[in-house]
Design a protein around this ligand. Structure first.
Ligand SMILES: *[C@@H]1O[C@H](CO)[C@@H](O)[C@H](O)[C@H]1NC(C)=O
Ligand SMILES: *[C@@H]1O[C@H](CO)[C@@H](O)[C@H](O)[C@H]1NC(C)=O
Ligand SMILES: *[C@@H]1O[C@H](CO)[C@@H](O)[C@H](O)[C@H]1NC(C)=O
Ligand SMILES: *[C@@H]1O[C@H](CO)[C@@H](O)[C@H](O)[C@H]1NC(C)=O
Ligand SMILES: *[C@@H]1O[C@H](CO)[C@@H](O)[C@H](O)[C@H]1NC(C)=O
Ligand SMILES: *[C@@H]1O[C@H](CO)[C@@H](O)[C@H](O)[C@H]1NC(C)=O
Length: 293
């Protein structure tokens, strides 16, 4: 089995010592604005649990000529000085913004990202839905909540390339790997939860499935697809197809040391290697076998 050596290089520099980057600051009120400000990382909200710190804010890619509004890991048990924040969600990965872009949490309760020229790049479309505030949870979920503290919008419903603790991926949803570690746009590989199981695709036209797992779980099912999901729980992927929580899942793919699972794509050898990885310790562990095309 071949694993992407480039990512090994990154993850091997980690050492085990608790460390975090920012003071915790998990909540914001409506009528708040933030702008990109020439820094690599512009934190807006910060939240942490016992093993990881999550930050949401502006993040600059590659040579820092453009920014995404993102959630990134800014602290784990295994951080060294050379560790860089690891992006685990982003709003505008395919439409990065420039210097002087503005994120406005409007009085109407909507998060709106405008580029420097004023054009709207991304929005939560939650105006008029009684949003009262915004919260980054301690597992990296950005939540817009109302006066009853109910979730109106959450980033967990809009996955990019990562599974975060507790996050569910419902049938029909997918993770799409980034082009590379410096270009976070959608790349060529996806991992989808379908009614044929967990299936990896090359995003060609038409998409080509090249790997699948646990299809048998879905095969005999006549039930509606609603409510079926794979959840990242306690470091493992838990399948809830027939089972419903709090019962035990139908199947589990264990990966016990993970803080987050990220779909990776090699940009070094471009040979379609793919692993799911994590960001807590010095190891990158292949959850799915690496694939060679
Ligand atoms: C949000 O609003 C509440 C109530 O008006 C206030 O107590 C709190 O300090 C505000 N929080 C922030 C982060 O501005
Ligand atoms: C943010 O949105 C509000 C409307 O809720 C608007 O009045 C304000 O001018 C906007 N702020 C910026 C900096 O664009
Ligand atoms: C906001 O996040 C904090 C920290 O994770 C959490 O304790 C709190 O319950 C959350 N509040 C809401 C309204 O979601
Ligand atoms: C990132 O990759 C996308 C898709 O391949 C490409 O369109 C874009 O130009 C790249 N961005 C940079 C900064 O290289
Ligand atoms: C699926 O549907 C068929 C026809 O409606 C039925 O005969 C069969 O028992 C169903 N199977 C399950 C597992 O519900
Ligand atoms: C996760 O692990 C904790 C501690 O080991 C355990 O108490 C909890 O029941 C587990 N949760 C699930 C859903 O397996």
């Amino acid at each position: 089995m071949r694993i992407c050596s480039f990512f090994f290089a990154i993850f091997l520099i980690l050492v085990i010592s608790p460390r975090k980057s920012f003071e915790s600051y998990p909540t914001a009120n409506i009528s708040t604005t933030w702008t990109t400000d020439y820094s690599d990382v512009r934190p807006m909200l910060v939240s942490e649990n016992q093993v990881a710190q999550f930050t949401c804010g502006f993040f600059c890619e590659g040579k820092c000529t453009s920014y995404i509004f993102a959630i990134f890991i800014t602290g784990t048990l295994g951080l060294s000085d050379t560790w860089k924040p690891e992006v685990v969600w982003s709003a505008n990965r395919d439409y990065p913004v420039r210097e002087k872009a503005i994120l406005n949490f409007t009085a109407a309760g909507e998060l709106v990202l405008r580029d420097e020229d004023g054009s709207i790049v991304w929005t939560t479309n939650t105006a008029g839905k009684s949003v009262a505030g915004m919260n980054l949870t301690d597992t990296g979920n950005l939540v817009l909540f109302n006066h009853q503290n109910s979730v109106v919008w959450q980033s967990f419903d809009h996955p990019t390339d990562c599974w975060l603790p507790g996050q569910k991926l419902f049938t029909g949803q997918k993770l799409i790997a980034s082009v590379s570690s410096t270009n976070l746009s959608e790349g060529m590989f996806s991992l989808q939860v379908t009614d044929k199981g967990l299936v990896a695709y090359v995003e060609s036209n038409p998409p080509q499935a090249y790997y699948s797992r646990f299809g048998y779980l879905y095969g005999s099912s006549n039930e509606t697809k609603d409510g079926k999901y794979i959840r990242f729980l306690n470091g493992s992927l838990s399948f809830f197809i027939y089972a419903s929580e709090p019962s035990d899942p139908d199947a589990v793919i264990p990966n016990p040391t993970s803080v987050a699972l990220k779909l990776l794509q090699s940009h070094v050898n471009l040979d379609k290697n793919m692993v799911l990885s994590h960001s807590r310790t010095s190891r990158t562990s292949p959850l799915l076998p690496a694939f060679r095309g």
